[in-house]
Design a binder for this molecule. Structure first.
Ligand code: ATP
Length: 275
């Protein structure tokens, strides 16, 4: 088809991960189930209760707390295809041609139904952002509105999830009914969630009996991505020692505590500006 000239098929993923691989965020997962997964699986049931099917959902929150990861897992839950794009990429890669390419992305989605399209950095389109007052940003916003309005909400096999770190910059026109009209905060993980994320990222690796609560307690304001980094640094520490000593050993609680010292939380700045 026409779209193949512009859009490589390999941007279409088939995610295997589900909500089980996403630590914490129980309230957010419940919201996504009720708004996306269940209506997707049982559209007739939802309609019989007068519930809306389809429409876009906007996730916001500090970087690294799982917005992209959740979107991918949502596609996994729905056994849908997944296309992930960011506004900056669409603007950068196809300068002057970004509307056509956004259209081609939606075309590609329609060719692979069911599909979830994930659009990151939606704030980059915000009219209140000075750099975006220029022509390309405005035209791309209009194209996105056209695409969103073109999705048949009664019979939709294409769903759109949006994400931003700066919801206050997202163009108001994108927030109207039928577009990104439902908003979800994706917060930094609480203690229980941090323990789960630690366990998820250490799964299958050589580990000792780890005191997860002791490691997770001081990790307030660490994002999921920060926790992943801590696990990775702890593993490097062990590998270095195994290489030096020639003696195998597992990751222990103290390796994680040491890794904490060099790995600081990254959500503080966001939480400060968001207030
Ligand atoms: P950004 O705003 O920077 O795009 P994001 O919120 O989309 O960030 P992700 O890209 O989803 O963040 O998260 C980065 C990585 O951190 C993920 O690939 C995943 O490995 C890990 N991660 C984040 N949150 C979780 C979580 N709740 N459970 C398990 N892993 C997580």
């Amino acid at each position: 088809g026409d779209h193949e000239d512009f859009m490589p098929e390999d941007i279409v993923e088939r995610p295997k991960i589900t909500f089980q691989q996403v630590g914490g965020l129980e309230a957010v997962k419940d919201q996504i189930k009720m708004n996306i997964v269940y209506p997707f699986q049982q559209p007739a049931l939802f309609k019989s209760f007068g519930k809306k099917v389809g429409g876009g959902l906007l996730m916001y929150g500090p970087p690294g707390c799982g917005k992209t990861y959740l979107a991918r897992a949502t596609a996994g839950e729905c056994q849908a295809h997944f296309i992930s794009i960011s506004i900056h990429d669409v603007l950068d890669m196809y300068i002057g041609n970004s509307e056509k390419n956004l259209h081609n992305i939606f075309e590609l989605a329609r060719h692979h139904t069911p599909t979830i399209i994930f659009i990151d950095e939606l704030d980059a389109l915000g009219a209140s952002r000075q750099q975006m007052l220029h022509h390309h940003g405005r035209m791309l916003t209009n194209q996105l509105l056209t695409e969103l309005d073109g999705i048949d909400s009664n019979n939709s096999e294409v769903l759109v999830l949006g994400a931003t770190n700066s919801p206050w910059f997202v163009d108001a026109s994108l927030r109207r009914p039928g577009r990104f009209d439902r908003i979800l905060f994706v917060p930094p993980p609480d203690l229980e969630a941090r323990i789960e994320i630690l366990q998820l990222h250490l799964l299958g690796k050589p580990i000792d009996a780890i005191d997860y609560a002791r490691v997770a307690r001081p990790m307030e304001r660490y994002s999921g991505a920060d926790i992943q980094a801590v696990c990775s640094i702890a593993a490097e520490r062990v590998i270095t020692q195994v290489m030096k000593s020639g003696k195998m050993r597992p990751i222990r609680t103290e390796d994680l505590l040491e890794a904490l010292k060099v790995c600081k939380p990254s959500t503080l700045e966001w939480l400060a500006t968001a207030k």
